[in-house]
Design a protein around this ligand. Sequence first.
Ligand code: SDX
Length: 435
Amino acid sequence: MSTPSSEQRYQLVDSSTGKKTEIKALAGTMGPTVLDISGIPKDHGAFTFDPGFMATASCESRITFIDGEKGVLLYRGYPVEQLAENSSFLEVAYLLLHGDLPSQQQQEEFTNSIRYHTMINEALLRFFNGFHYNAHPMAMVSAVVASMSAFYHDSMDIHNARHREIFAHRIIAKIPTIAATAFKHSVGQPVIYPRNDIDYCANMLHMFFSVPCEAYKADPVAARALDLLFILHADHEQNASTSTVRLAGSTGANPYAAISAGISALWGPAHGGANEAVLTMLEQIGRVENIPKYVEMAKDKDSNFRLMGFGHRVYKNFDPRAKIIRKMCHEVLAQMGHTDNPLFELALRLEEVALKDDYFVSRKLYPNVDFYSGIIYSALGIPRSMFTVMFAIARTVGWVAHWQEMISDPGMRIGRPRQLYTGAQTRDYVGIDER
Ligand code: SDX
């Protein structure tokens, strides 16, 4: 990709030697400028230091834009609120992958390509028999996705655009089937094969909840709720799991292996694993009367307790996705007859109490995408252990879009950060008899 223009200039001056380095400020189409520090090691023999990448732009991208101060999220320039209102998950998938909304024909071709690639190799199905019944579904899904690199290594020339497109369609089509198979394995039910006559989210509910003994028809309210949640979880700029996919992919690794690495990164409770942790936390809090005690624990550094689903590295305002999901909770719970959902009531009260507390307000800690999503997944009958898998299904689209953007960039280089070394200085080996 062509590097954005740079008018502003900064200077780095070594006060001991007077040596100066000019630093270019690169301006994007939106958001803060970035300082190109690539010349510093050569000019000054120094690295920049930024643990946790709090202030580092790792790449140039055209896919998703976030303004954390204003609570803005754009997919290829379109506000996520408008896509949630008007689009569908597969249309958003096309948008993220290709950069523009599809024409009617493009959408039909893309939807059909996904529709007719949902089955997985029968040998992959047998992998699940090797897992204990109570294996965490994220462990099963990340393992089976990685194993896809053993099946498709022959048609995976990452520098061939058609191979990259086949990979994209295959993984987006098959990840729900793999997820549903993990769920069926965990409940000891027979695997339900995907159907080609129903849409993406209804098919997923079918594979999750259908049983051979009786007919099953997905509730359209549940299918639409799932589709909306997937739109909201589809991409989010350079988050930890997407950065993991980029780093793994930058070595030229098989893309299924890179996606599997992203699934593993997403699993952590500080990231996508938070949606599962929120429900556990709400059940631990139990009753509205206990909220003050837990809010105090969350403020106490020694307690190791955090309000899961609260806070965000980028959003220092409401996560726009959390606002949409909270509104969805009211609608979906009412439509599905769960109006008196005690966990939702507890979550609403917890948000209200926390957002009046200076500890959270001063640190700009607001509910994030994970705070309410589990309430809806539960109402759809999806077990808590599957919440992060649902996140992974949606985020697969974002991971693939970022992987494609990186691999198709002629300027791509392997990612290889440096460090501040504070270990032992050079010393000679000492024989064991002399230690
Ligand atoms: C996702 O990056 C993405 O885009 C991620 C994501 C995506 O779509 O990909 O949006 C999805 O991962 C959402 C985040 C889900 N995680 C959680 O809900 C877990 C709970 N939240 C935190 O662990 C935390 O807020 C993070 C991990 C989300 C952000 O961590 P940061 O940016 O490193 O912030 P921090 O830990 O340095 O916190 C700053 C301060 C600290 O207090 P002080 O040292 O200033 O006194 O805020 C406090 C923290 O102790 N704090 C919290 C808190 N989150 C931060 N205190 C209590 N409860 C919390 N949840």
